[in-house]
Design a binder for this molecule. Sequence first.
Ligand SMILES: [Zn+2]
Length: 195
Amino acid sequence: MPAAYRLVFSDDAAPVGDGNRAGRMVPGEYQALLVGTQIVPLPHPDEDRTIRQHGESFLSASLKGKYLRVTQRVCMQCGALIDAPQISFGAPGCLPALIAGVATGLYLALKAQWEILEAVEAAFGAVCGALLLSSGLGFAYSKLVWRARQQSISRDACPSCGSKIQRSINSLVGQTVPLNEQTRTVTVERRGARS
Ligand SMILES: [Zn+2]
């Protein structure tokens, strides 16, 4: 489940009470759909509905190289939030793995007359194998087939200031780090995982 982060800049407005603190909440990482050159976020928990509104499923978008995992990075010069999109495979193989597992279990129990416990064990192995295989294939597919597109959507320079020094929000958790030659800092806190 996605985590959320609070970013507080040293020049943000002063905190007002505990329930209304300064800073802004950001997801750190989110799923998105590439529509043309546009990155359309798929907000949790409505990602299924959103992707269908664009006429895609996780599988079709993944096969077309349009499913993105976007990590958020902080520009260490100006503090801007930069989206770093990565073309990914968004169908993690749950369905093929489940089908493989159930089919193997049923086959072994009915046809091969295995003990039910052994059949379940074998089915579990089939699920794990199918999961590993489909996630590995998905990863390789996204990496190899869409390499040129990936390069076209990657930005290594900050759109605000052009700096190439960035850090992922994840790597900044629990820290207060200086920006812009020490005149400003950003503090990153991790908020509890949302379901
Ligand atoms: Zn910047």
